[in-house]
Design a binder for this molecule. Structure first.
Ligand code: ADE
Length: 240
């Protein structure tokens, strides 16, 4: 069973969307499990303080190193013997970008421990001392790491064997092929005056494949030119 341990100030929002649909059914089938560790339970003093003002001044509050480390340690003890081999991530807009390749790799391991930051961030010493790898889900700032942790878990769980049933396909062509996916159509054949492209109706599979690849290249060039590798550009010039 693939094990997720999430360290958070708001454990009540988990599993959230992970508890329904594909991931929810997989959880029911014990293909993965979710444990949460409440950061507040590791807070300091009567008020269970988890944050304090930033050293050196500045706006906002920083999560205390001792509190975060204690919560991570509690998470590691939940993992038991698996703790040493389980990757430890910290969700942060300062992290390395999370990718489909990272999702696949995480799914191959025993699980993941994910630390969700709030406030202006986490004391750097806790990140260093507990070997947390900082990961970002995109170039925008969320109010906390929880939604990012859910995104990382959802993308990862799809790669855990058995999570996607036989009927659903692990259709990751968009990123594994390095191009965005082609547009899809289904019934009705005409919708508000718009027809399904003729090539998709004609039944010539070779032409369908050609059309789809051309669409993928055009979309990727327009929307995500950063994804176009040299080899893809080369391939394109060969067939033109
Ligand atoms: N926490 C706040 N913003 C984030 C982001 N973009 N990615 C990961 N964690 C975050």
């Amino acid at each position: 069973m693939w094990r997720a341990v999430v360290v958070t100030l708001t454990p009540e929002i988990f599993p959230g969307p992970l508890g329904v649909s594909v991931t929810g059914r997989a959880q029911e089938r014990s293909l993965w499990s979710l444990d949460t560790v409440d950061l507040r339970a590791h807070g300091i003093g009567k008020h269970r303080a988890v944050d304090d003002t930033p050293a050196g001044g500045g706006a906002g509050m920083v999560m205390r190193a001792d509190v975060v480390a204690a919560a991570v340690d509690a998470g590691l003890s939940r993992l038991g013997a698996l703790a040493p081999e389980t990757p430890r991530l910290c969700l942060s807009p300062r992290g390395v970008p999370f990718t489909q390749a990272m999702a696949r790799e995480l799914a191959e391991g025993p699980g993941a421990l994910l630390v969700c930051g709030r406030f202006e961030g986490i004391d750097e010493r806790a990140i260093e001392a507990r070997g947390l790898k900082q990961v970002s889900i995109g170039d925008y700032v969320l109010s906390g790491g929880e939604i990012a942790a859910m995104a990382v878990l959802d993308a990862t769980l799809r790669h855990v064997p058995g999570v996607l049933g036989a009927a659903a396909s692990l259709d990751e062509e968009t990123f594994s092929g390095g191009l965005l996916e082609y547009p899809q159509y289904t019934r009705p054949r005409t919708f508000e005056g718009r027809d399904i492209p003729d090539v998709l109706i004609a039944g010539d599979h070779a032409r369908v494949s050609e059309w789809r690849l051309a669409q993928q290249r055009a979309l990727t060039r327009a929307r995500r030119p950063d994804l176009l590798t040299f080899s893809e550009i080369d391939n394109e010039s060969e067939t033109e």
